[in-house]
Design a protein around this ligand. Sequence first.
Ligand code: NAD
Length: 480
Amino acid sequence: MEKIKNYINGKLVESSSGNYIDNYNPASGKVYSLVPDSNEDDINAAVLAANTAFQSWSKTSKKYRSDLLMRLASKIEEYSEELIIAESRDNGKPEALARLVDIPRASENFRFFATAILHFSSELHDMDGKALNYTLREPIGVAACISPWNLPLYLLTWKIAPALAAGNTVVAKPSEVTPMTAYILSKICAEIDFPPGVLNIVHGIGSKIGDFLTGHEDTPIVSFTGGTQTGRHIAGIASPMFKKISLELGGKNPNIVFADANFDKAVTMAVKAGFSNQGQICLCGSRLFIQDEIYEKFKKALLEKVSKLKVGDPQDDGMDLGAVVSEEHMNKVLSKITQAKKIGGNILTGGNRKLIEGDLLNGYYIEPTVIENLPFDCEVNQEEIFGPVLTLIPFKDEEEVINMANSTKYGLSASIFTENISKGHRVAAAIKSGVVWINTWLLRDLRIPFGGMKQSGVGREGGFKSLQFFTEPKNVCIKI
Ligand code: NAD
């Protein structure tokens, strides 16, 4: 069975304990590789390597760093088929989705920040000819980059690319549930002789080693994407140490369909927003608000499409949904469906684990599930489920839907469907979330400020915002 290795100081190494944890293939429910069960010593070794490498890496030219990151991007493309298969096997997502989204985006992240750094500039404040202030933007040190399991390589590279481009070094901690593509990335780095210590990847259980990384005195920057609870815990450790922190957390995103929406487009998008990646995207539109006048017609059209979604072997290109990421997560999602039923939720379709005969019988499949008749303020409609579960909520008018949409503790993203552009702008302005789409969902421009309000996060990533986060501004004032 393949043993994944840590990547520290340019070398692929075992964890210092020599212990491993099982890595499951969600499609079959079987263990297929082993993940290093790292400990404090491994984190210390990685931070030391990164801190040492920072002395030289932070002084390299932008062009040098840009060229190296471009090289990494090309290598990801060269190894894309291996990465696609690995991402699907580790996470349960259809290979077709990894081919369309995850792996192209991983190389794109490197290309994007490799070029962005060449165009990054800072400010000058002229005091009417009496003095000049100019702002330097300097790399900070070792960045702790912690990423989740839902878009494993996509989100890992979204952090490490800007951190490295800006001249920091990195200790990355991928999710222990989906470590494989990070491991392949580290093998690629070793193959192209990436400078030792600049990027380090330590695998292991977040709750066991995370605090050593986020609380280490030599990691002045912490960039985290994951659940709100974990984010709160990390903030509790890093904030009193005055570290720079970026937190990209959970969401319970409203998808609002007005009666005047383009009906067919809104139905298609509602299905996509509800079930892509088995509903395991922080931006999924898991609360679907439909205006009264079209509620029944929309529900019928939606159910027709949902009933045609195919769930099964992620390797089969005909599948729309694969497996959810783990047995534990599957049981959590199913328990939310049970809870919904208990409080009067009407399961319109799905609602159960899906068993696939043969080799995949123990895989973690869930039927795409649509539920109605739940109060907008019940727990199921307030807490993130992060699975293929969509709830339908009718609404009367703008005021009512805005109140319901804003009622959760989250504020990550929202979609609004209407052909009335003034209404679209008005509702977008009233929605409390970091990202609002009008007549679309998940249309991403990597330059935009991306992040959440309320308990969906702190700070913004994307474009120059990422480069600003990963640099420290220093103002120099010259008296003329
Ligand atoms: P999680 O919070 O359980 O884990 C995320 C990462 O944190 C993992 O690598 C884990 O090992 C690590 N971790 C766990 N405990 C830690 C600790 N004490 N210190 C440091 N690191 C620790 O999240 P998950 O279940 O992997 O991912 C799902 C969550 O991520 C969902 O809530 C989803 O909404 C969120 N998410 C948010 C975004 C966004 O951009 N806002 C994107 C994707 C996922």
